[in-house]
Write a new protein. Sequence first.
Length: 228
Amino acid sequence: MESLDLLANNIANASTGGYKADREFYSLYTAPEAQGSDPVSTMPVIEKPWIDLSQGIVHSTGSPLDVALSGKGFFSVQGPSGPLYTRNGNFSMAPNGTLVTSDGYAVLSAKGAPVTLQPSRPMEISTDGTVTQDGAVIGQLGVVDFTSTADLSKQGSNYFKVSGPAVRPTPSSGTTVEQGKLEASNTGSAEGAVRLIGIMRQFEMLQKAVSLATEMNKRAVEEVAKVG
């Protein structure tokens, strides 16, 4: 059921820009009554989920406000309760000129301030994230990375937050910013459909096993009652 929930969420976000798939770590559960190393009495269980941060396919959109990252890192945005991080560069411009996400969160610069533009002027973003208008530098997009992503957790709506108080973002190195493009989800629809069928079959098999065990217990009780 846990695998099914994770997979269903991945498939639902197959077309969400910058979405990162959830995967599972497995371990073996051994029944308490198992004797020795009987393989029949062990079964795989999800030890913990993990986030697959691998690169998604980058495709052109033609919109100057769409920005994709090639390489590691995240865009920094100002969430309701502090900084959030996202790979979804589907930005727009607020009436006051602030560059915002689809949820209205301000996109932050490398200095931690909102990126504010002149709405009526064209904008250019270089490969290092520097934003210019009419040849004048407005700022640089805050693209950050983390030495360890273990303390990153999903916030919802395609955002990440830092769960460890000691974790600090650092400027991302080796990452290219591409204007007029978006990164697609890294979860494959075809792969997800195949895995979904496999998990559903396993689920049905376990359901039948539970039903069979219940029926055997019922018959055992009835036979004991007849003998008595």
